[in-house]
Every structure is written in structure tokens, then in C-alpha cells.
Design a protein around this ligand. Sequence first.
Ligand code: SF4
Length: 451
Amino acid sequence: MPSVYIKTYGCQMNERDSEAVAAQLVAKGYTLAKSEAMADVVLLNTCSVRDMAEQKALNKMKSMVGVAKKERPNQIFGFMGCMAQSRGQELIDKLPDVDLVVGTQKFHRTADYLDEIFAGRRDKIVDIAAEEKSEATIREHLLNGNATKSVTAFVSIMQGCNQYCTFCIVPYTRGEERSRGIADIVAECRELVSRGVKEITLLGQIVTSYGRRDIPVRDGKSAFVQLLEAVHEIAGLERIRFTSPHPKGYGDDLVVAYGRLPKLVESAHLPVQSGSDRLLKLMHRGYTRERYLGIIEKLRKAQPRIGITTDIIVGFPGETETDFEETLSLAREVEFDNAYIFKYSPRKDTPAAALDGQLPQAVKEERNEALLNLINEIGARHYEKFVGCRTEILVEGPSKKNPARMMGRTRCNKIVVFDGAERHGGQLMDVRIERVGAFTLYGEPAIVNLG
Ligand code: SF4
């Protein structure tokens, strides 16, 4: 059987989609190649959120097909995911050596399409059509014995987004919100736990909107909180996370859930995007600065040790110095544990791309740096507080930077590196934090691990 190499750009949803495609191909007998040079099939799972991500994937494909023409004429190339969805046939028109373009509702068809290409039944395939129930097709996992993969897993609970933030291309590439059923998701989680998984992250573009059209509110609990409760019931599961939520979806039912569901870890990612009400309105975010700060206050009341991270865009069209100052002041007020900062990148056909007041790159760079410095300074203060404390981590495996050491994650989502051994992989254990680095804690096992 042929070998396949999948390169993934972008977010955790893309990582998860790639994993499911890889698992589907492995189930058919494919092997996973370690590099594109060793693969019979190379698939790029693309991201459209920023122009740079699209250009990277296009350049990668150009260089690979160039080499293949000379050295591996039978190699098969495909694009999957968001850029495949938004550009479709255009990708093959521009790069005629590409064989396959698979949109965001068609990942599960990849294996069959490759069969058809290998069998010579079809030459080029482009499929970016919508498909009913495609939200329930991302379910296979590659739990291949690697500690990192087997102890934590991501489960896709929904696809698409109806929020239509004016800067965001996701509603156009991923389509309308479509949610899987609770029983179906729980069955997948149970299966993962039976295979050794201890922490599950529920995934979607806007998970707090999960099931809101199909599953009625029950006892004041939204569909998403009902799902959290159902997953929480699974014996053997230790931790639950979710991403990405929307601040609008942090109703009191979800805030209270942090206090009453012990497996729901003390970690919340609340993408704020801006501290200025004027910009929040232009972005179509659906909340004000005051409402956002109110949610943070309630979360900290429900769970005082909660780690809070966010996403922020700098250089949105028309962002004035005053708007930017409001973002800085919000970051100071909330004291985020960390923030992912993005320089606004106009996306074709989104409303913000047509707004007046597009800012020069130099201004975006300057604001990015100023905000990054502030976030780093606040983050460093937060991390310092851990020194000398004992904290529980779930050990995921060897540290990526130094495989001689082990790496785990606290409940509030901080990475801890420590001198451990293979036997610690997959264990919940206590460590004492000795020192801090840049957004990393360094610790020592606090007790003999009793497993
Ligand atoms: S909620 Fe998130 S995914 Fe949906 S449009 Fe806004 S930024 Fe994009």
C-alpha cells in the first residue's frame, strides 16, 4: 500500500481533521511517511485565517511539485481544508500537477478519492460541496502508543460558525454551525478513555454555540453544558477542556459548571479581540468590554485559580491610538495568563476587508510589539507565583525541546518540564515548581508517584 505524508497549517481543528484523515488512511492500509520526500501521497491541510498561512501552503506545494517532476513523477499531491474550500478548482488551474482538492466537509472522502486516482479512474478531483452530517465524520484517532497522543485527545463536537465576525473567513470556509449529537460524542470519548486517554479537549470553531438549534435548554443548562455533564460522567476520564468558545456563550450555567464539575479544568480561553467597544461593534463580536469583564469576574469567583488566556487582533481597520490604549488597559485589568496576538490580515470577501482605515503594516508591527511586551510582563508575574508551589500535572511525554526531560500540563494549562522517566508518561502526578522560564514552569516530582 502507498505511504502518505500530511502537513498541517493553522489551528487545532485542522490538526484534528488531519489526524482523522491519517487514521482513515491507515485503516485502509496506508503507512505514514516521515517526510514528503518519502511519501507516495502528500496532502497539505490548509488554513485561510491569515494571508501568510495561505502563501506558505501555496509556496510549499509549488516547491514540492517542482522537485517531484524531476525526481518522483508518480507522486500524488492534494490540498485539503480551508484554502481548498475557498479556492477550489483555482488551485489546480494554478498548479496543474496537483491531483486532489478536498473541502472542509469532505475530509472523510479523501481515502476513496485517492483510491480512484491510484486506480486511474479519475485524473483530477475537486470536491468542495456541502455534505449533510459531515460534522460527524471526524472521529477516527491515531492513538499509536506515543504517550503524547494516547493520554490526551481532541474530539470534534461541531463544525462551522454563524457569528460572522467581520474579520473572519471561517463562516465562509467551514459553513453554518452543525453539531453532533451528545450520545455520539460521548461514545467517541468513552472509546478514547478505554484506550488510555485521560484528558479530552472538546473542539469546534465556536463550541459555546454547540447544539443550540437542536438541543433544548434543560433546567437552565445550555446544550453545551449538557454535553459537558455527559462527558463528565465517563469513568476513567480525568480532565475536560474545550476550545474555542465565544464570550457570548459564557452564560451563568457555564460559569457555574466550573465550580461544580471537578473534571472541567481551571482554564478558560476567552477570545476578546479588542478592548474598545467601538471596535468590538465593528468586528460584530456581540459583547461589550463591560460584559467581557463581568464574565471574567464571575469565572474568578467560581474558580479563583482559573488560568485565563485570550486572542487579540491589533491593527483592525480604523483602530486609533485610543482604541489600542483601551486594549492595553483591558489586558492590564484582566491580567491574562497569556494571549495570542494577531496582526489584522484582510481576508477576501469579509466585511472588514472593505472597511476604510486599513492600517499600514508598520503600525500593526508596532502595536503587536507593544502588546506582546505587556502580555509577556503580565504572564511572567503570573508564572512567578507558582515557584515553590506543588501542583498536579498530567504527564504527556518527553519535552519537545529537550526529549531527555518529561513534559506535563497543569489543570490551568501551564506547561511543566521536569526530570522524569518514561514510566511517568500518562500519569497524573504532583510536582514542586522550582523555577520559571518563558511561559514554562520547571519542576521536580513532589512525591513518589503512587500511580
Ligand atoms: S466566532 Fe470565531 S470562528 Fe466564528 S466568525 Fe467569529 S472569530 Fe470566526
